[in-house]
Design a protein around this ligand. Structure first.
Ligand code: GRF
Length: 200
């Protein structure tokens, strides 16, 4: 039985789509996306999920709903679909320590994120512009376990791309994103496979 994966997004959802495509195209894929949750009502990723026939919900955080309430709503939705693992895919919120503790994260290896840099370099935002400004020769993406800090958990897998002489931040971002779309499904599949083995 594939691992039921919940994917949390905030926007475009191209990594979520890469995960969905891989699952659709891979025989005996060790995960299936059971649910996509966005904290942003207008996220393009919601439509992208629905195009794959994946249920997608919005669980916003706003003036009326603080972090604890929003996370409780996210947890309830994940539980309702029997989710066993979470992949963050452009989810622009830090998960609270109590939420992560409930998932046994990071030790359980059930909550992962993809970040557009070769961690530990360039945690946080604007990674492509920062790599260019530093004259880095290489840039890339990392899949890491999620803990209560930003982009700080154990790195599980990385993809490296060259920085080219004429690169703009946008061109570099595009090259890294293509690598992300390959890296994330493979890393999630590998983790799901080991979680599956633990079940037996
Ligand atoms: C990706 O670059 C990912 O590494 C970062 O946020 C971006 C999300 O893009 N965490 P998308 O929504 O998956 O297209």
């Amino acid at each position: 039985m594939p691992i039921n994966l919940g994917v949390l997004i905030s926007g475009r959802g191209s990594n979520m789509e890469a995960l969905a495509r891989y699952a659709a195209e891979t025989a005996n894929c060790p995960y299936r996306i059971a649910l996509v949750i966005s904290d942003q009502p207008a996220a393009l990723g919601i439509t992208r999920a629905q195009a794959f026939g994946i249920p997608a919900l919005v669980r916003p955080r706003d003036a009326n709903r603080g972090q604890a309430e929003q996370e409780a709503a996210v947890q309830q939705a994940l539980d309702s679909k029997g989710c066993e693992m979470i992949a963050l895919a452009g989810y622009m919120r830090r998960l609270s320590a109590p939420f992560l503790a409930r998932w046994g994260a990071p030790k359980s290896r059930r909550v992962v994120n993809i970040h557009p840099s070769l961690l530990p370099a360039y945690r946080g935002l604007n990674t492509h512009a920062r790599a260019l400004a530093d004259g880095a020769a290489w840039h890339g993406a990392s899949v890491h376990l999620v803990d209560a800090e930003i982009d700080s958990g154990q790195v599980l897998a990385q993809a490296r791309v060259p920085v080219l002489p004429q690169d703009t931040a946008a061109a570099l971002a595009e090259r890294v994103l293509a690598a992300e779309h390959w890296l994330y499904p493979h890393a999630v599949a590998s983790l799901a496979q080991s979680l599956n083995a633990e079940r037996r």
